[in-house]
Ligand binder design. Sequence first.
Ligand code: ZN
Length: 274
Amino acid sequence: MTLSPLTDVLRVAREKKVFVIGFVVQGWEDAKAFVDAASETKSNIILQAGPAFRKNMHLEAIARMFETLAKGTTVKVVAHLDHGNDFETCKRALDAGFTSVMFDGSRLPFQDNINETTKVCDIAKRYGASVEAELGFVGYENKDSNKFTCPEEVGIMTEQVPIDALAISIGNTHLQSSHLAKIDYKLLAEIRAASNISLVIHGGSGVCPDDRIKMASKYGVVKFNIGTEFRQLFGRSLRAFFAEDKVSFDRFEIMKSVQENMKNRAVSLLKACH
Ligand SMILES: [Zn+2]
């Protein structure tokens, strides 16, 4: 299939009161493993290119890679720019063929965030692409602290700006390597009451699986970004391979077991979404 906008995938998930996973991609091997897992479980998925990946591989090449993978499957695949920090990056992603962009204005004052997000929405609509915004600030483990999302700001932004999804900060944190997140359900309920927008959780690796299901079925959280647990698995799989095998040097031979492990984990995660 051709790449799908984020809204198509979120609509289906919300109707079923389930969630989709935004897979944080770092290269061909994991992207292929995620799409293979999606095909096997008949799940729609989002392939995300974040800032670290974009430093390593050209945005245009990433777009072609996502497009190629989408053509080889019958499930919906979204090519999503994760944490686009300025208008130019979002525009470049849209020109390259991304079907969804996150404009991350979470470090900006509220009104500036509204203004910049509006500009990104204006251009994205011309490409038929979706826009995810962020309110509050989702921090980074052992670095930047969380700033929880204000429900009133959610009401104002979603009234004024035609975003398709909103990332919120309610106890979730980027880069958590175990299920440490303590979700503030009272705040989540207030955010839900303020707007009907599809809600997104970054730092999904830190949220325990039962919370993911509860947040999706009862509160309209429809997208969880998952990256850290796959990066951990990648490192563990490589170390295990080299502990056993002291002679292999061929990339494809080495990556075979890693890719298999990534795919199996993605299959079990995707099965838990339904
Ligand atoms: Zn994030």
